[in-house]
Design a protein around this ligand. Sequence first.
Ligand code: ADP
Length: 602
Amino acid sequence: MNPTAPAASLPNASLRERLEWLMLFRVVVASLLLGSAVVANLDDPAGFSDPTYVAVAAIIIVTYLGTIGLALWLRRAAQLDLLVPVQILGDAFLATALVLMTGGIESIFTFLFFFTIFTGATLRGRQGALFTATIAALSYLVIFVIQFSSFGSVPTLFFADATASQQLPFDNVVVHVAAFYAVGFGAGYLAERIGQVGSELERRQLDIRQLRALNDNIVRSLSAGLVTLDLDGRVSFFNPAAAELTGITEEAARFQPLATLLPELATLLAEATRDATLPDGRIEGSLSHPSGDNRVIGLSVALLRDVRGLPNGYVLTFQDLTALKSMEVEVQRRDHLAAIGKLSAAIAHEIRNPLASISGCVELLAKRTPEGAEDRQLTDIVVREVDRLNGLVEEFLEYARPIQVSRRRFSLNELVAEVVQMATLDARVSEGVIIELMHHASGELVLDSDPQRIRQVLVNLVRNGCQAMERGGRLRVTTSRMAFGAGGSPYVAVQVDDTGPGLTEEVRQNLFEPFFTTKQSGTGLGLATSYRIVSELGGVLLADNAPGGGARFVLMMPLVSSSDLPVEVAPVASERVRGAVRAAAISTASHPVHASALPTRS
Ligand code: ADP
């Protein structure tokens, strides 16, 4: 039997607490004993000098002193295991001494052994109880031996009637020893059960704490705002996302009435609870933020119930739908445009055939009409207008149908030179305009792209620039190399600057939109188509005003990366371009972008 075995099955309290409680219990029992002995002697003051009384008083005083000593030890001791056997054996010793001096096995204080067993059970469970029951039985036997081996020869002070009986009271001993073990088993069992219940309670408490921590983590890490209200409409919980969305701190919100704290939310709550038809009690509304920006939120409301199922408040969850809403609007706009585009493409297609017939018929009519006749002038007008209409339809179909690209490697230097030359030679385009071509990059600029499409874009940029300079001017086409992106990929920028009136804010905002035109005979499809082509080919098209006046358009295309094609990196200029390009690249998915910072020559 090991009285210092770990008390795994003992009650919940710590060993220190249990030692303290037992000390208190011992002091109370000792005081009761002393008190009752004093009361018993009050009638007969001579009793105070009775040796039994003196012995009892001495043992009780020893008990007090021992308890004080133990208490001091307990305060200082870090390791309490040694205190356990000292306490158990000390109690057994005091009980034995008291019993020995108050009549031996006939003593009325034999019940004190039961307290000792209780101490053992409290400190070391079942093992402690059986251990102390054995100590009690042994002590009882020792008392018996002392008492009955000494009668006749060594008369003791206290065994008054030990000599009265010649019969040894074995039955008394057997009953007591049996009683000690019975109490030992009972107390051990009880201590063990209490220990099990205590451990179970501790485990449940731990589970509850863990569950609470989990719940807390979940609601705190929710990206949606979560607010709980009591039935009076006061805030009882406010998670960090709610604080972020409303701009009100958790501390400021706690216990405040929602109606004064967030009136908009309170109004939405009232609407949501009033309107039973709302799906999942969900409602949308706006919420103003102290920073000034209004947010669109989606609010869901649910009734909060207590453990008995009775309503005791509300749970409000709300999300910021601002970005989602603007995306929805954008998607609707795109769907709308796509639908119009499809319909218009179908109509345009149907217009082409009758136009061809009209054109054929009018040309026939023109042939039959003598040159210079008035009817001939009329047929010429019809032919011209039919041509214009045909051009418009062609251009529109070009914009509406999916862009087909066929890639190959080609030299951009040659292509740009060709476009510039053609524009210079075409008097309709370049009348009164000086066109310059400047290569700021040495060596060949090789692209892996669709040369026809790139030509189409460049022709459009050059033509637009020339058209913008109604009273003549200078159009400068510049090519330069640059590196941008995280990996510093090589790019080419073809910059088209004119000395025209430049771009007004309205034009700058809309020039890539289909059908936006400020020209009388314009279709507003040139730049919209160019933008689509460039995006499709992995490039970027930017527009802004040039620093010296006039408009500036920049086409940026990825260059073929090759070790025999040295890439010039102009750090300052390329940094500026990088910013502009990145900003554009982010937005190209949703909407054309007009860069505010355009590259200067590198
Ligand atoms: P269109 O040439 O048929 O009008 P575009 O899509 O090519 O269609 O051009 C759209 C509009 O952009 C033009 O009507 C014009 O207002 C503006 N724009 C294009 N290029 C320039 C430029 N170089 N200078 C000033 N405005 C321009």
